[in-house]
Design a protein around this ligand. Structure first.
Ligand code: IPM
Ligand code: MG
Length: 372
């Protein structure tokens, strides 16, 4: 049996284009792996009413990790309209399969490195090397939402919190609630992962990014865990920054920061901001990592209008593939792949349209492969 069982999930749109790019480099790296195709995406929502069919979940359970392309999500009304007629009006609810994977497999660490590779014309500035650790399963993504807000829930909140009075006169359908749930356990886990990464890779600081001056309880709990865990890492300095100020600092002096750790929603925001500083979505790679399973995905969307045109920058996918190799303990292959990526970027000969060139997705992938 091969050493690794890897689920292969192109998903939708350009997901297929960029996964082909990953295939080209993985083939050359000669990883001892079997790749299992797994159904996921919009097509399965339309045909089966579930973008993440149970057979995919079962397959993933037998794999070491998964590589994922991209997925299409649409607003509520369109989801219903695109279902096959026999599934319409059955009360089926679309929910993002990637968010479900993160939660069902408890992939609580979202790792998003954003490095300005020298010579990338899209770098905001040279010398940026940011790594976002985003808690991946809770916070505003808990999925615990209410609309309409039933009378009993309003009454309960009213009884238990004085601030609720301000909202009490609204009719149930005129307000909506999403719970921000933060647990000590998940906070500790992501913070520890951030410190361990900083230690392993020699980053002098970890910045915890929250908003404890306003979100006293949730951000408060998160920041307290960071302070406690920081004690165990005397060589690494803990910086504390509010999310709003962090956005400003990242635009002003991004090179002053390295590892950042935060909760789910703030992590979603600063990871897009950080990605844009180093070339945008074409360079934004991520790992969703749990205790015994992980899903690796570029953070761009499925860009349906570019599907099959091979225009998409495959770098995000190739850097994602590098993260997967790191996760599997294939440090040599990971390092080889990253240095090939770097060389292709710095030589400037192969560039997709977003970088001002006219190379195709696969030209770039082959260029990287040829350096392996
Ligand atoms: C991301 C994306 C997802 C998220 C969406 C597609 C659900 O923005 O991975 O950052 O919000 O986490
Ligand atoms: Mg996002």
């Amino acid at each position: 049996m091969a050493k690794y069982q890897i689920a292969w999930m192109p998903g939708d749109g350009i997901g297929n284009d960029v996964m082909e790019a990953a295939e080209i480099v993985l083939e050359r790296l000669d990883l001892d792996a079997v790749y299992h195709h797994a159904d996921i995406g919009w097509e399965f929502w339309c045909k089966e009413g579930d973008p993440l069919p149970q057979r995919t979940v079962d397959l993933l359970k037998s794999c070491d990790c998964a590589l994922f392309g991209a997925i299409t999500s649409k607003p509520k009304e369109e989801c219903e309209k695109e279902l096959v007629p026999e599934l319409q009006n059955k009360g089926l609810q679309y929910s993002s399969p990637i968010v479900r994977l993160r939660q069902e497999f408890n992939l609580s660490i979202n790792l998003r490195p954003c490095k300005a590779y020298p010579g990338n014309p899209l770098n905001y500035r040279e010398g940026i090397d940011l790594v976002v650790f985003r808690e991946n399963t809770e916070d505003l993504y808990s999925g615990v939402e209410f609309h309409p807000v039933e009378k009993e829930i309003m009454a309960f909140l009213n009884d238990h919190h004085p601030r609720m009075k301000r909202f009490a006169h609204h009719a149930p359908q005129d307000l909506a609630i999403t719970l921000r749930i933060i647990t000590r356990a998940a906070s500790q886990k992501i913070i520890r992962a951030a410190f361990e990464y900083a230690k392993k890779h020699g980053y002098p600081t970890v910045t915890v990014v929250e908003k404890p001056n306003v979100l006293r309880e949730t951000s408060g709990l998160f920041v307290r865990q960071a302070r406690a865990i920081a004690q165990e890492y005397p060589d690494i300095e803990l910086w504390e920054t509010n999310i709003d100020a962090m956005c400003m600092w990242l635009v002003k002096n991004p090179e002053n920061y390295g590892v950042m750790v935060t909760s789910n929603m703030f992590g979603d925001i600063i990871s897009d901001l950080s990605a844009q500083l180093v070339g945008g979505l074409g360079f934004s790679a991520s790992g969703n990592i749990g205790d015994d399973f992980a899903v690796f995905e570029p953070t761009h969307g499925s860009a349906p209008k570019y599907a099959g045109l091979y225009k998409t920058n495959p770098m995000a996918m190739l850097i994602t593939t590098k993260l997967m190799l790191d996760y599997l303990g294939e440090a040599d292959r990971a390092q080889q792949l990253e240095s090939a990526i770097k060389r292709v970027i710095s030589s400037g000969k192969l560039r997709t349209y977003d970088m001002g060139g006219s190379s195709t997705t696969l030209d770039v992938a082959r260029g990287v492969r040829d350096l392996l």
